[in-house]
Design a protein around this ligand. Structure first.
Ligand code: 13P
Ligand code: SF4
Length: 305
């Protein structure tokens, strides 16, 4: 079927199902164009909470669908490709969090939103890359902090806030492969271009970049910047919006290897099938949802302007 026909079919199903389509900044450009909202993890969480729709189609990885379901339990939340997960989210289990709680009694447990609902149900506050520093800074001075699962994000926040944090050992396989040598090569190819990376990159990479920003932060930064050339140190999918929303500006991927295989599993066909068959529904127990909602609600409260 040709692309336009497929898009028309999805639009028709969307009406029939009273659905909204949310997409992460890393998914294929066609899906970003199709979606009602495209954004970073925090923006998608707000959109899901405020959706009030029969169906929410979440074009992203599984933790994003779970977050949408937890915040919008009355809606059916569909993950077009349920096997699209986040390897970092799988690097910590609820059991490990319970063991860490015993080892650090009295600590505040902060959990990056890239984590399972079960893990969230064991922590105090969630955060995303857009608000991690703000959330950590909101913890009363002197309290011990345990940050999971992303060790790089934890260490980057620790450096920025000059506040000790016990960071877990998880990492994003896409961003963790970035190196200072990659930055040097990209700068040599595009001298003078502003270079930004994601805070999931290792500390020395963030230190060598001009900025470390969430994907939503990158889009806002470029829109407000008078600069004309940018080297993009995150998953390549974000180039779609950067190019589309910023005519006259040029963007260069920091390295061609920055591809999240899970985000790339999402296709127009998978969205059509999910809407047609109501497949890929996120199902979580009420108990887990109620427990996991607390740290997410705490994050949303603390990340208000
Ligand atoms: P953002 O919240 O910055 O969009 O990041 C999500 C993510 O998975 C980064 O790898
Ligand atoms: Fe997970 Fe990394 Fe993919 Fe983001 S880019 S979804 S952190 S594997």
């Amino acid at each position: 079927m040709d692309k336009q026909q497929l898009i028309s079919e999805i639009q028709e199903l969307k009406k029939q199902r009273d659905a909204v389509i949310l997409a992460h900044n890393y998914v294929d450009g066609d899906l970003q164009d199709l979606a009602d909202y495209t954004g970073d993890s925090l923006e998608l969480a707000f959109r899901a909470r405020d959706a009030h729709k029969g169906v929410i189609v979440c074009c992203g990885v599984s933790f994003m669908g779970e977050t949408a379901k937890i915040l919008s339990p009355e809606s059916r939340v569909l993950l077009p490709v349920p096997s699209a997960g986040c390897p970092m989210a799988d690097m910590v289990t609820a059991e490990e969090v319970r063991a860490m709680r015993k080892a650090h009694p009295g600590a505040v447990f902060i959990c990056y939103v890239n984590s399972s609902a079960e893990v969230k149900s064991e922590v105090d506050i969630c955060c995303t890359s857009a608000n991690a520093a703000k959330i950590v800074a909101s913890v009363e001075p002197g309290r011990e902090i345990v940050f999971l699962p992303d060790g790089n994000l934890g260490r980057n926040v620790e450096h920025d806030l000059k506040r000790p944090i016990h960071s877990f050992s998880g990492y994003c396989p896409v961003h963790n492969q970035t190196t200072v040598a990659m930055i040097e090569r990209a700068r040599a190819l595009h001298p003078g271009a502003k270079l930004f990376v994601h805070p999931e990159c290792p500390r020395e990479v963030v230190a060598a970049a001009d900025e470390a920003l969430s994907t939503g932060g990158m889009l806002r930064y470029v829109a407000a910047s008078p600069e004309k050339q940018f080297i993009v140190g995150t998953e390549k999918g974000i180039l779609h919006r950067l190019v589309k929303e910023n005519p006259g500006k040029e963007f260069f991927p920091m390295d061609d290897c920055l591809v999240c295989a899970d985000m790339k599993k999402l296709t127009l066909e998978s969205v059509r099938d999910a809407l047609r068959d109501l497949s890929g529904e996120v199902l979580l127990s009420k108990e887990i949802m109620d427990k996991a909602r607390k740290p997410i609600a705490e994050m949303l409260e603390r990340s208000k302007a």
